[in-house]
Design a protein around this ligand. Structure first.
Ligand SMILES: [Zn+2]
Ligand SMILES: [Zn+2]
Length: 151
């Protein structure tokens, strides 16, 4: 597939993303995004996880390229970057009906669970109102040690 293809397939959100800042989803970028779309929202992958999955799919991409591509997909608005642990960053699919959620993270293995909390959302709204901010999102990161790492 030529990277300049403008075929109107079922990829409207992607195509919108392209037009917004003029950058293209090259086959490489699309493959990484496809990976996130396949596993669905609410999953959090490190660059190493992505690397591993691509290797299993027989795609030889260097870790450095994956880092660069992930960063770009964040800039283009497709992915959200989470800086949750010292061990590294995680990435998840950005989608409109899945942004006001919070993360519980194991600082040892990076296991990441999501939870929802109305009080956190309300506290964010209240703080934004108080300081006259336009609210984009409120999220809380909770660090801990998971049962597997504790035993
Ligand atoms: Zn999440
Ligand atoms: Zn753990």
């Amino acid at each position: 597939m030529p990277s300049g293809s403008t075929s109107a397939r079922l990829e409207e959100p992607l195509e919108r993303g392209l037009h917004e800042d003029g950058r293209r989803l090259t086959p490489q970028r699309r493959r990484i995004l496809d990976l996130f779309e396949r596993i669905g929202s609410g999953r959090h992958l490190s660059a190493e996880d992505v690397h591993q999955q691509l290797l299993e799919a027989d795609a030889r991409v260097s870790l450095a390229t994956i880092y660069r591509t992930l960063r770009l997909l964040v800039e283009m608005g497709f992915l959200q970057e989470l800086e949750l642990t010292d061990a590294g960053r995680r990435f998840e699919l950005r989608c409109d009906d899945h942004h006001d959620h919070h993360h519980l993270v194991c600082v040892r293995c990076g296991r990441t669970e999501e939870f929802e909390s109305t009080p956190v959302i309300e506290a964010g709204q209240e703080a934004a109102r108080l300081f006259g901010f336009d609210l984009i999102e409120s999220s809380l990161n909770v660090r801990g040690i998971c049962p597997d790492c504790r035993s």
